[in-house]
Design a protein around this ligand. Structure first.
Ligand SMILES: Cc1cc2nc3c(=O)[nH]c(=O)nc-3n(C[C@H](O)[C@H](O)[C@H](O)COP(=O)(O)OP(=O)(O)OC[C@H]3O[C@@H](n4cnc5c(N)ncnc54)[C@H](O)[C@@H]3O)c2cc1C
Length: 484
């Protein structure tokens, strides 16, 4: 059962357990708010300065695709209306072809299904404000966790200002300190229990650029879309900001191909690259060269580990437990969903922390592993397949099916992004089989997307797809069991 924030406020102060949360990013701030609503004494300690005081420039800060799983978490803590005001709906992908033509491809055939662009800084600030408004939550800044003794529940922090070390004790410690988590590192280095850990980098990295608003504050491109310039081995994307700008991200190999991050070392090569590959974007980016050389290039990777917890003492959540590549727009959404799922287990296991952590991880890890794999799949889909004619036929058909049979059909993208009641693993299993079924049927011309698709014809196609999908799922299941 999910309790509302209001209901939980009545219970406040009944829980006197001290909780330490390492990292006040998106996941840590949400967790602080939720555990605060549950009445725990929550102390959050963050390595960076307070982003609300150092100033959030929404136009230039990273923005994120925010969708139903994240929205569900906002509902849980009662801030959905406030968060709505920070959102710009994106109804589909605007694909920019090399010849300058564009194609709008909706994310769903159902009108109420869209994703949103939101500023990381503004969303984090809102969650921090809400958490700090509770008497039993405090947030401290400029203190970086160095290590955690998870046997004795003590974490060591170094204060950036005084350079002094402090030790903080708590009944329970949560590591929401992102992909480079200090708690995870302590698990790994201690060798005191069987801790499995993998980190895999892509050969591609990313760099943020920008399209500034016009002098009168207007958007220079269509506002309600996620813009993509897919170019096979690399791509550019752009998401809108509330101030009329777009945050643009270039995903490119570090060392492969004619142009790569290692050889884009001067203004003329960067301009030549954009002129050749993204001429329409270049027209909107007179500030390209400055952005390119002022902004860092960062790597992209996937982190998987287990266990996430040590007994009932410590637990990793969010990117600290499962960092993923950004191509499904789900890293933050999944981290928020961690909090929603964890909250359910708190209800069920009544402060038996070890049991809560064990059962939560058992239920959750299959889903975070699945979204990690789906995000890697989507890297190929976005940079390459979205421009492929068969893929475009498939998307067109799926949009029609969702429009005509909204209760009977959902694409893989819709299941992952808009169906917050279906776990990522189930969405992956059904979605992958469905994709295979449709692509096979288009390739062998069982489905002809060029003919006039009446509702009756579409219904026949839908039945065929559903049947074929079931067969594929069953074959995959059998193939897996045959290995044993
Ligand atoms: C280029 C890019 C684009 C993305 N786009 C999307 C998107 O469109 N949609 C989406 O859902 N997700 C997206 N993501 C993923 C998303 O950013 C992460 O999944 C999300 O930020 C995870 O939240 P978190 O709180 O777990 O970690 P973080 O946001 O990394 O927060 C960790 C916090 O801990 C602090 N910290 C770190 N180390 C310490 C320490 N030792 N001591 C104390 N504090 C510490 C950090 O300063 C930070 O405040 C994207 C990621 C990237 C890289």
């Amino acid at each position: 059962m999910i309790h509302s924030a209001g209901h939980l406020k009545d219970k406040i102060m009944s829980n006197q357990k001290n909780i330490l949360i390492i990292g006040a990013g998106l996941c840590g701030s949400l967790l602080a708010l939720r555990l605060g609503q549950r009445g725990y004494n929550v102390r959050v300690v963050e390595a960076r300065p307070d982003l609300r005081k150092t100033g959030i420039n929404s136009g230039r800060s990273i923005n994120l695709a925010f969708s139903d799983r994240g929205i569900k978490a906002m509902r849980l803590v009662g801030v959905q209306d406030k968060v709505n005001q920070l959102c710009i709906p994106m109804n589909g992908r605007m694909i920019h072809n090399p010849d300058g033509s564009t194609l709008f491809s909706p994310y769903s055939g159902r009108k109420n299904e869209f994703i949103n662009s939101i500023s990381r800084g503004q969303l984090t600030a809102l969650l921090m404000d809400e958490a700090e408004a509770l008497d039993n939550v405090t947030i401290e800044f400029n203190k970086k966790c160095k290590e955690v003794d998870f046997e004795t529940n003590r974490a060591i922090f170094r204060d950036h200002k005084t350079n002094r070390e402090t030790e903080i004790n708590a009944h329970v410690i949560f590591g929401t300190d992102g992909a480079g988590s200090a708690l995870r590192k302590s698990y790994f280095l201690s060798k005191r229990f069987l801790f499995s850990y993998s980190q895999n980098y892509l050969s591609h990295g990313y760099k943020e650029l920008s399209i500034l608003p016009t002098k009168t504050g207007e958007f220079r491109a269509y506002k309600n879309a996620l813009h993509i310039w897919p170019r096979g081995n690399f791509m550019l994307i752009a998401l809108p900001n509330l101030d009329g700008s777009f945050t643009v991200t270039l995903f490119l190999s570090f060392d492969e191909g004619e142009y790569n991050f290692n050889n884009l070392t001067n203004a003329s090569t960067v301009t030549k690259f954009f002129k050749k590959e993204f001429p329409d974007a270049l027209q909107l980016m007179p500030n390209l060269v400055d952005d390119f050389f002022n902004n860092p290039t960062a790597p992209l990777g996937t982190v998987k580990c287990s266990p996430w917890h040590y007994k009932g003492n410590t637990l990793l959540l969010g990117d600290a437990a499962h960092a993923i590549v950004p191509f499904y727009g789900q890293g933050m959404n999944a981290s928020f969903e961690d909090v929603v799922e964890f909250d359910k287990f708190l209800d069920d296991h009544n402060e038996n922390w070890e049991e809560t952590f064990t059962l939560f991880e058992k239920s959750r890890k299959k889903d975070t592993d699945a979204i990690a794999d789906l995000a890697l799949d989507n890297f190929l889909e976005m940079r390459d397949h979205v421009a492929n004619p068969i893929f475009q036929k498939k998307r067109k058909l799926e949009t029609l099916l969702e429009m005509q049979f909204p209760n009977d059909y959902s694409s893989k993208y819709s299941m992952v992004t808009f169906n917050e009641d279906m776990g990522y693993r189930e969405a992956m299993t059904i979605g992958r089989a469905q994709d295979k079924a449709i692509l096979n049927m288009i390739a062998d011309q069982t489905i002809n997307t060029n003919e006039d698709l009446s509702k009756t014809k579409l219904k026949m196609i839908l039945d065929q797809i559903l049947k074929e999908t079931e067969t594929i799922i069953e074959e995959d299941r059998l193939a897996k069991t045959m290995h044993y």
